[in-house]
Design a protein around this ligand. Structure first.
Ligand code: SAM
Length: 288
């Protein structure tokens, strides 16, 4: 297989000029132009010949070349039709890559995993389009797509939100969802000059290792996430009021007050101070 040729500014510019490519802001296009960062992502994702990798948003195929050299198989999903002829060119000779021209949010990834990897867990590796980071990651988790790990470049602030606990301003529904489904670990911080064009914000690579079994036992997962959303939607309200006001929940005032009381943190406690274990406890109480 060919050695990767992209991943530096000169060759990236050459490809862009050859195809007269114009960046589409609406697709969050910031292409990686730093080989050290690419090596770091591939190492952190721990990909081997036995792995089938799903890459979301291959761009001009920079990371795809690296992934193809390390993995058994790569499936790359790209929304921008203008990039498809470029990918066919830059990935020529990489026989283990399949390119799909589709919006990843419209794709049935469970079905894809079934077809491409016999239902065995995929590894997701991507420099994500930042405007849809959360729906992509939540979609993979909530739809119970078979994934072993997700190693992705995201906005630095979003990476921080994924791994913090209660008592910080970044703590919220995303932190709890990520930590219910996976063990997060920030691999590296990446400055704007590693991309073309440069994003306005700093980025970070985060790896999420999917738990086989979540760290807390929850009778009704969907209910727990409705409670979590209700608690954070009204951050300035007490937990009791947040739950009472939520259109997503149908419990009586007495049921809510009794469940919150059993938490043992007082009736004026706010949702943002609760741990995942405490949200699980509350949800199990309300469920029963
Ligand atoms: N992987 C390339 C790299 O690192 O140089 C490009 C990363 S760029 C941040 C994000 C890529 O995702 C772009 O190629 C963009 O066109 C693509 N993209 C944006 N929205 C998408 C969607 N809904 N489905 C699939 N791909 C998408």
């Amino acid at each position: 297989m060919r050695e990767p040729t992209l991943g530096n500014p000169q060759n990236t510019i050459a490809v862009l000029q050859k195809y007269n490519f114009t960046f589409q802001k609406k697709f969050g296009q910031n292409f990686l132009i730093d080989t050290h960062v690419l090596d770091k992502i591939i190492r952190a994702a721990e990909i081997g010949p036995e792995d089938c990798v799903l890459e979301i948003g291959p761009g001009i195929g920079t990371m795809t070349q690296y992934l193809a050299c390390a993995a058994g198989r790569v499936v790359a999903v790209e929304i921008d039709r203008a990039l498809i002829p470029i990918l066919e060119d830059t990935l020529d000779g990489y026989d283990n890559v399949r390119i799909i021209n589709e919006d990843v949010l419209k794709l049935d990834i469970r079905e894809l995993a079934e077809k491409e990897n016999g239902g065995r867990p995929l590894k997701v590796v991507a420099n994500l389009p930042y405007y849809i980071t959360t729906p992509i990651i939540m979609g993979l988790f909530e739809n119970h797509v078979p994934v072993k790990s997700i190693t992705v470049m995201v906005q630095k602030e979003v990476a921080d939100r994924m791994q913090v606990g209660p008592g910080t301003k970044d703590y919220g529904a995303l932190s709890l969802a990520v930590q219910y489904y996976s063990k997060p670990y920030i691999v590296a911080n990446v400055p704007p000059n590693c991309f073309m064009p440069r994003p306005k914000v700093g980025s970070a690579v985060i790896r999420l290792d999917r738990y086989e079994k979540p760290p807390v036992e929850v009778a009704d997962e969907k209910l727990m996430f409705r409670i979590i959303r209700a608690s954070f939607n009204q951050r300035r309200k007490t937990l009791v009021n947040g739950l009472k006001n939520s259109p997503e929940l149908v419990f009586s005032k007495e049921e809510i007050e009794s469940a919150v009381e059993q938490l043992g943190k007082g009736m004026s406690v706010r949702g943002e101070s609760l741990t995942l274990e405490e949200f699980a406890f509350l949800s199990n109480k309300l469920c029963s």
